[in-house]
Design a protein around this ligand. Structure first.
Ligand code: ARG
Length: 583
């Protein structure tokens, strides 16, 4: 594969081994040292040789000279010594030709590191809590999680996407009481999860009111709530398998899921498993027993815990005083089940950084339990999202629902595009792809740990570094190619600076994919897309393509456009974005 950085690093490592046999420097170490110079006058790639002088015990200047004399690579036109730097320049036409040819040959697999063959990755993401709002806070886990799945699939891993629904717990007792007391089937059928959320909010308020009233009435300030007692009783009945309650619970889950799936459909997301928390109820006792047998469980104020003080963490809670299980207990049982079922080589969990301690704790407990796959567990955290500027109607007061955010973006794009597209169905289709894409792109433009302040206007703008802008660039490549006819291949016509910039941008896709995988960071792909679009648009404005008079130059430019379209489509797919051919 034409990976300029990697190939150069390997060649340098081999040369060092030859010229300085005493040194032990790997190609990876050299790879880390290579830089893309910010100033084009310094070439296309540079090696700061001062970083080698310690291990090679020579001056940077001397090292640079020795390496410059010995290196030869087909993709390099020249190697220059400048100060303590070794500056590499690619050989224009030959380099661009190789890049474009490789993209044409590999097609949709161009850029894949192919490192996952024969390996399985399990990804746990999105995982909303049933009958609670699916809100903007879930955007991160949903799109980062799915993008990581797509990146791993692209690298050849077998992937299992799991939506670990929060479908069990005392909230169902409350919901059952509230539903029986205040609601009817038709209302839930009509309003779906919004109705369930409203019920849940109402019963929580009423429980609080009962508690406050009882505390005020009793001399000792004792809180009590008949509604809360009833909820506990209903949940107990549910746990014991009461038919009526089981049927209600299944229905609440189905109603919620139906709604989440609308959002997933808009994002093009599907899951391989919806096994939620409830699935693990009967799988926890065996793990609790194993913890007990290995002497790891301690009783603390009636609760069962695993002491993590030696690791600088608070204890991991396994059982409450009443013997009921907790969030970590279920995660441990689920991990054991998934290892047994899928035999994963890696299990990735995407949640907000607020849960980082939870994951560190139970990962440690899994290790203490003697499971040798503890080091295959990976937590991928992300920062918070807030909203500014955009006034969105919400049904639940202070949270912004994901579906409302999408609906708002779609309707704004619809208003903009309807003049250009008189067919309402076509317009609606484009509006959905562009509107949802705008939100995804905006969100994934930032390093995942950064806290994001969401600005609708910025996300939807057609002339910033936005989703609409990159989709528009993609549509531009499609329109050029639609009008072009004949063979698409690079010729040996000389290339100008813009064309070379584009070829170089195209050649960097494989290394960005590798970095995104290594760092679990989809934003590296988002930023790559922006670099590629900037290179393409620069080329498009300065070089005539279809009206170019020199047939040989014209062909190369069309081939560059075809390569750009291919790579953009792959890259957009990797960050959960659609690529409409017309906007
Ligand atoms: N349902 C949880 C929440 O909304 C997220 C679950 C994350 N996955 C896990 N295996 N704990 O906070």
């Amino acid at each position: 594969m034409l990976n300029l950085k990697k190939n150069t690093a390997s060649a340098i490592a081999a040369l060092i081994a030859e010229k300085y046999p005493a040194a032990t420097l790997s190609a990876e170490e050299i790879l880390d040292m290579l830089e893309y110079p910010p100033d084009k006058a310094m070439g296309d790639l540079a090696l700061p040789c001062f970083r080698l002088s310690k291990s090679l015990r020579r001056s940077p200047m001397e090292i640079a000279k020795t390496l410059a004399e010995g290196i030869s690579l087909p993709e390099l036109a020249s190697v220059e010594v400048q100060g303590g730097y070794l500056n590499f320049r690619v050989n224009g036409v030959a380099f661009a030709g190789r890049v474009v040819r490789e993209i044409a040959e590999k097609g949709e697999t161009y850029g894949s590191p192919m490192c996952g063959e024969g390996k399985t990755v399990v990804l746990d993401y999105s995982s909303p809590n049933v009958a609670k709002p699916f809100h903007i806070g879930h955007l991160g886990t949903t799109v980062i999680g799915h993008s990581l799945k797509l990146l791993h699939e692209f690298a050849g891993y077998k992937c299992v996407g799991i939506n670990y629904l929060g479908d069990w717990g005392t909230q169902f007792g409350k919901l059952i009481v509230a539903y029986k007391k205040w609601d009817d089937k038709a209302a839930v059928e009509e309003k779906g999860v919004d109705e369930l959320v409203a019920l849940y909010v109402r019963i929580n308020n009423e429980i609080k009111a009962e508690e406050d009233a009882s505390a005020a009435a009793s001399a000792e300030g004792v809180k009590s709530s008949p509604l809360a007692d009833a909820a506990r009783a209903e949940f107990k009945k549910l746990e014991e398998g009461n038919e009526e309650n089981i049927a209600l619970w299944k229905w609440f889950v189905a109603v919620s899921l139906e709604e989440y799936e609308k959002t997933y459909r808009q994002l093009g997301i599907t899951f391989d498993s919806y096994k939620g928390e409830s699935f693990y109820t009967d799988k926890m006792p065996a793990q609790v027993q194993r913890l007990r047998d290995s002497g790891l469980l301690k009783i603390d104020d009636g609760a069962s815990i695993v002491d993590l003080e030696p690791y600088g963490m608070p204890p991991c809670l396994i059982l409450k005083r009443d013997g009921s299980t907790l969030y970590p207990t279920r995660d441990i049982a689920a991990a054991v089940y998934r290892k047994g079922t899928y035999g994963f080589d890696k299990a990735i969990y995407v949640t907000s950084a607020a849960q980082s301690l939870h994951f560190a704790q139970w990962f440690k407990v899994v290790e203490m339990m003697g499971y040798d796959w503890y080091d295959k567990l990976v937590h991928v955290p992300y920062g918070t999202v807030s909203i500014n500027g955009a006034k969105l109607a919400t049904r639940t007061g202070n949270v912004i629902l994901l579906k409302d955010l999408f609906a708002e973006a779609i309707s704004r794009v619809y208003d903009i595009t309807k003049e250009k597209h008189p067919d309402p169905a076509e317009c609606a289709d484009i509006a959905e792809k562009v509107g949802v894409g705008a939100i995804v792109f905006y969100y994934l433009s930032n390093n995942r740990m950064r806290d994001i302040n969401f600005m609708m206007e910025d996300a939807l703008s057609f002339d910033g570094n936005t989703g609409p802008y990159v989709q528009y660039t993609y549509a531009r490549t499609c329109s050029v190619l639609e009008k072009a006819d004949g063979a698409v291949a690079m010729t040996d016509a000389a290339l100008g600076e813009r064309e070379m910039e584009l070829a170089k941008a195209l050649s960097r896709f494989p290394e960005r994919v590798e970095a995104a995988l290594a760092e679990y960071e989809p934003s590296l792909i988002t930023r790559y897309i922006l670099d590629l679009c900037a290179a393409y648009n620069g080329f498009y404005h300065d070089c005539s393509i279809l009206s170019c008079e020199d047939a040989s130059v014209k062909q190369s430019r069309i081939a560059l456009t075809a390569a750009t379209r291919r790579v953009l489509k792959t890259a957009l797919h990797l960050i959960c974005m659609q690529s409409p051919e017309k906007i």
